[in-house]
Design a protein around this ligand. Structure first.
Ligand SMILES: [Fe+2]
Length: 451
């Protein structure tokens, strides 16, 4: 009788003890690699492979030249434990392996993992490290786990070899931290179909802000020492700068980040603008999530005159040397600024301080006198697309509310081509831009920056 009476009590106690595990789920023994993606560490002949497992394993990439012996080379890396800050405190291991000494333009076949589990087989083409290279890009922001309208088209484009690099200009998954970071896992599985084949370069957006951007900082592997918040890299005739506009909006995570990024940015621009550097890489292209200007009707920062993003840069550069209150990008002759956040596409005339600085009336983009801005945040997410203000300002050249993404090719030292693909219109190119900038104009930039 005694035992019969106590058994339910014991059972209840045991269940209570197990309750936290039942709620959280037992930690999986899962050594299978997933969420494989590439990034470019910014050094010629290098490529970084990043993936996830849910149990600790070794981190190995086995690879070989396409057509050669499979996996005759291997490289080892390491993994870091990422503990999500949600209720379940889910754990995963993020593996990073850098491949070096790759032959430019050679195609490599690879898989990643360990003897406890290997990924599918993928391939990539090593980037051409020549400054004469004409790299091709897809670029967009605001692509979500739900309603990722442009993803199928991007998958096919990528498989057709149309891109060397993809730029994701902030706002991933919507949101990576949700459902105890399972949405992040699912999104990274979704983009594996493109990001395991070409380097996927990123910057943070506001949708990454939860838990101090920890999902973003842990899941991606960008150049530099800031966990992908800001960094620069070179490819072909371009110097790319990736920024966090979010440091201006989440001051709780550290006001000092505003100053650290600014100091780094000014130094980076000064270096890129040295005569000898700009001669080799004449294009300076920036990407950041929240634009300085936009024509949307949603009351976002960019809809106001002197938006916070542009104002902060101007404010920081004013004093102490009593320099004119110039936008840093204007002062250092940035050619093109890529933005997202607004769920629309917008092309601006060359603009600085709310004024249009076209090259000429007949040819606005030939030798423009200020940076050109593109806003491309309509790749597709659960928030759908935004609407435009019916009365745009003078600097707004073209607007579209279609879902879609942007293609860009930097043809050579003086010519850049960009086009907007509408997913709503079955891949139709609905806008395009040639941006020709003569070498003489670069010298004007260099004079303007007091370098
Ligand atoms: Fe955003």
């Amino acid at each position: 009788m005694f035992r019969v009476k106590m058994e339910p009590v014991h059972t209840a106690c045991a269940l209570l003890c197990l309750a936290p595990w039942l709620v959280r789920g037992l930690p999986p023994i899962w050594t299978q690699p997933e969420q494989v993606h590439l990034s470019y560490p910014g050094l010629a002949g290098w490529m970084e492979v990043t993936w996830t497992t849910f149990s600790k394993t070794d981190s190995t990439v086995e690879y070989g030249l396409l057509g050669g012996r499979l996996f005759d080379m291997s490289a080892r890396g390491n993994s870091t434990l990422f503990v999500d800050s949600g209720d379940e405190k889910r754990q995963m291991y993020i593996h990073r392996v850098i491949l070096t000494d790759l032959k430019p333009v050679a195609t490599y076949v690879y898989h990643c993992g360990s003897d406890e589990g290997w990924s599918d087989v993928f391939y990539f083409t090593a980037l051409n490290d020549s400054a004469l290279f004409s790299p091709k890009f897809a670029l967009y922001g605001d692509l979500g786990n739900e309603n990722p309208q442009s993803l199928a088209r991007l998958q096919k484009d990528t498989q057709l070899g149309m891109y060397d690099v993809i730029l994701h200009i902030g706002d991933f998954a919507y949101d990576m931290h949700e459902d105890n970071a399972r949405i992040g896992d699912e999104f990274m599985r979704q983009i594996q179909s493109i990001a395991a084949y070409v380097p996927y370069m990123t910057c943070p957006g506001n949708h990454e802000s939860t838990y101090n951007f920890s999902n973003y900082r842990n899941r991606f592997s960008m150049p530099g020492q800031t966990e992908g918040l800001w960094y620069s890299w070179n490819l072909g005739p371009v110097h790319f700068i990736s920024l966090s506009t979010e440091v201006y909006f989440y001051l709780d995570y550290g006001l000092e980040l505003v100053f650290r990024q600014f100091e780094w940015l000014e130094k980076d621009l000064e270096e890129a603008n040295r005569l000898e550097n700009r001669a080799v890489r004449p294009w300076i292209i920036t990407m950041g999530h929240r634009p300085m200007y936009c024509s949307d009707d949603d009351q976002d920062d960019c809809t106001t005159f002197d938006s916070y993003v542009s104002e902060v840069q101007g404010w920081l550069i004013h004093s102490p040397n009593d320099l004119p209150n110039l936008d840093l990008f204007y002062r250092y002759g940035v050619d093109l600024e890529l933005w997202a956040h607004e769920h629309t596409y917008e092309r601006l005339w060359p603009v600085f301080g709310d004024k249009v600085y076209n090259g000429s009336k007949e040819q606005p983009y030939v030798n423009p006198k200020a940076p050109v801005h593109i806003i491309t945040g309509s790749a597709g997410c659960r928030e759908r697309t935004d609407k435009f203000n019916p009365n745009p300002k003078d600097w707004s050249a073209f607007r579209s509310t279609d879902y879609g993404y942007t293609r860009m090719q930097v043809i050579n030292a003086t010519h850049l081509y960009l086009e907007q693909v509408s997913d709503d219109q079955n891949g139709k190119v609905i806008d395009s831009l040639w941006l020709p900038i003569a070498r003489l104009i670069r010298q004007m930039y260099i004079r303007r920056c007091y370098c």
